[in-house]
Design a binder for this molecule. Structure first.
Ligand code: HH2
Length: 272
């Protein structure tokens, strides 16, 4: 908990480690699918400086098919329980399903990270009842359809307007601890993602912490030799640096040690 009593507004950059308990996530699919592997990855991310662990049981990679509620819960619930009982991590649940969020909040998660912007009224209700902090992300359509929906007149302006409306909806629902995320890679071309990074200060001007998840994403693969996933680590570090310089306050990353160093450099520049 921070000085202001808000999990998502620390007055400094927070690092959120990604823990995908899925067989098919785009960058680490299957690697942490079994519970023991997930535990050791979580322990490693905490040792490397993650303050929040974002647990996800459904891949949202482009083209991914939905995961049934029972299956998603079977994947994430034991991991949330273990994190809660064995580590000091602040636990975030990355889900678009109210029933999954509800069970994970009951088990000790404190943040709901919803790639559908908490548009489902049931999700808003669950978050409010549990006093959860919430991350509202922008996307269009669903992971299955978003690839065809990446058309904007003014991507930064439209994403900003959407997120401003979501902040108002969350506040109206009684949720105070709110962060926003432009959703890099979700219904966006590579150029859209770079435009959003360049115009991040406009999003930050909404006065709500901005989350950025650039880690290992496909848009980086359009540059230099970052096509293969294993070549995207350095590019991720560069994107994180750009994000923090642009005003991002929460960085969602798979490679925590590298992200921590990038944040340290960017924050030093901002302070100088
Ligand atoms: N990106 C992914 C998933 N959840 N949440 C937020 N707030 N911001 C993001 O950019 C974001 C997110 C996709 O990345 P990953 O979890 O690595 O892959 P997958 O969805 O395939 O599990």
């Amino acid at each position: 908990m921070t000085a202001r009593g808000r999990l998502l507004d620390a007055g400094r950059t927070l690092l959120m480690g990604v823990l995908n308990v899925t067989p098919d996530s785009f960058s680490d699919g299957g690697r942490f699918f079994d519970e023991h592997a997930a535990r050791s990855q979580a322990a490693r991310m905490l040792a490397e400086g993650a303050e929040i662990i974002d647990v996800g049981g459904e891949s949202t990679r482009p083209g991914a098919r939905p995961t049934p509620v029972e299956e998603e819960l079977r994947r994430v619930a034991p991991v949330v329980e273990w994190l809660r009982s064995q580590t000091p991590a602040v636990i975030s649940i990355d889900t678009r399903k109210a029933a999954v969020a509800e069970e994970c909040l009951r088990l000790g998660a404190r943040i709901v990270n919803d790639v559908t912007g908490l548009e489902d009224p049931a999700m808003l209700d669950v978050a409010r009842r549990h006093g959860a902090a919430c991350i509202a992300m922008h996307m269009r359509g669903t992971p299955e359809t978003m690839g065809t929906l990446a058309a904007y007149d003014d991507v930064a302006g439209e994403v900003k307007a959407y997120l401003a409306a979501r902040v108002a909806a969350l506040r109206a629902a009684g949720i105070e601890d709110v962060a926003i995320d432009p959703g890099l890679g979700f219904a966006k071309t590579a150029e859209h993602n770079f435009t959003l990074l360049r115009r991040l200060p406009e999003l930050a001007a909404l006065g709500v912490p901005v989350v950025i998840g650039a880690s290992r994403k496909r848009f980086l693969g359009t540059l230099a030799d970052m096509g293969p996933m294993e070549n995207r680590r350095d590019g991720t570090v560069a994107a994180i640096t750009a994000a923090v310089l642009g005003g991002a306050r929460i960085i969602r990353a798979h490679d925590v040690a590298e992200a921590r160093r990038a944040i340290a450099v960017a924050e030093a520049v901002l302070r100088a």
